[in-house]
Design a protein around this ligand. Structure first.
Ligand code: AMP
Ligand code: AMP
Length: 330
């Protein structure tokens, strides 16, 4: 039973996938859930223990109570949304992943620098508003799920919309008209191999509904869900190559250990079939929830259903067996 290690996470985002994957790899599982969601998580037989909280911000208190158990925490999208970057860094329980990557993920300038230095294609960014070639998108720092973004098509609108940001930080990016494709990778520090486990196309309100109306309105980019998509096979080698480049650069730029585990390159594919990478998420993304039973891409690599959640547990299991657990924890 994997030396009785317990895989734990917050009850939201991709917790069900993570905990089912952990159970399938013979780990005990624990979910930290809001009181109002306890009965929901009780429905699932692969969850062994539920710790209830009034708010996720209570985590530091809960952490003290959990420190005598052999817990390994798996972060997902809710961790930073509810605890902030500092809250994540301060976590003392063993954490799957490299926390040093957080600084490069949440500072859009550092992130842009990482992506550009990796040698992958990114949309042009404008520092000076007089140089802007429209259309552009204005994005605040740390926006969650596409909230607080503006599409702007002329100078007057740009001046107006920027006022809205007041003291908040933002970037102005060339708006790429194309298909948003999110690629779900897993890099194993144990095998030193990169895997593409799945991919999704985002569904966003209201931008994805605008084709249904005959007049124009300002689009918004709030994510509501994800749909599956397979990529033209001729574009797959490039998808692998982009993932390898960001992993390699992270070891020079961030720390020796670099980026490992699950991550996602968020791309827009333009009509010239070029990928424009708009963002990197250095953790499990919610689009992987489509593939709890595996995906066409996971199926090419594994002869069993391999979700990203299960792949994380598999990595921890191998690390325990090879006595290398410290290499995958922070
Ligand atoms: P929730 O669990 O819905 O409270 O979401 C926690 C965080 O994850 C928020 O920042 C959401 O915007 C983000 N999130 C949740 N679901 C998705 C999704 N399907 N795609 C992208 N981000 C998501
Ligand atoms: P992000 O928070 O960077 O993942 O972006 C959320 C959504 O905003 C994406 O899924 C796109 O629909 C849209 N978006 C962000 N940046 C761009 C861009 N440079 N060009 C076109 N659409 C974008």
């Amino acid at each position: 039973m994997n030396n009785q290690y317990i895989i734990a996470t917050f009850g939201s985002h991709s917790a069900l996938q993570i905990l089912k994957g952990a159970h399938d790899e013979s780990f005990k599982t624990l979910v930290i859930a809001l009181k109002k969601h306890v009965s929901f998580y009780q429905r699932f037989p692969f969850i062994d223990e539920i710790v209830s909280v009034d708010a996720f911000l209570e985590f530091p208190k809960i952490e003290k109570k959990l420190k005598d158990k052999k817990i390994i925490v798996i972060p997902h999208g809710s961790f930073v949304a509810y605890l902030g970057m500092e809250g994540n860094k301060k976590m003392t329980l063993p954490y799957f992943g490299n926390k040093k990557v957080l600084d490069f993920e949440f500072d859009r300038v550092k992130q842009g620098d990482w992506l550009k230095k990796s040698g992958i294609n990114t949309p042009k960014e404008y520092k000076n508003i007089n140089d802007v070639k429209f259309p552009v998108i204005i994005k605040s720092f740390g926006a969650a799920g596409g909230k607080g973004y503006f599409l702007v098509n002329n100078q007057k609108d740009l001046t107006e919309k920027i006022k809205f940001f007041k003291n908040r930080k933002f970037v102005i990016q060339k708006y790429i008209i194309g298909v948003p494709l999110y690629i779900h990778y897993f890099y194993s520090p144990l095998t030193k191999k990169l895997e593409i486990l799945s991919m999704d196309r985002r569904y966003e309100t209201n931008v994805d509904a605008l084709g249904r109306i005959p007049f124009s309105v300002d689009p918004s980019y709030v994510v509501v869900g994800n749909s599956p998509l397979v990529l033209r096979e001729s574009m797959l080698p490039e998808a692998y190559s982009m993932g390898e480049k960001v992993v390699k650069k992270s070891r020079e730029l961030i720390s020796k250990q670099g980026l490992f585990g699950p991550f996602c390159l968020e791309t827009i594919i333009a009509p010239d079939q070029k990928f424009y990478v708009i963002e990197i998420s250095a953790r499990i993304v919610a689009g992987t929830n489509l593939f709890i039973e595996g995906s066409p891409y996971a199926d090419l690599l594994y002869n069993e259903p391999m979700s990203t959640g299960r792949r994380i547990a598999r990595e921890i299991k191998i690390a325990i067996k090879e006595n290398k657990l410290q290499e995958v924890l922070d």
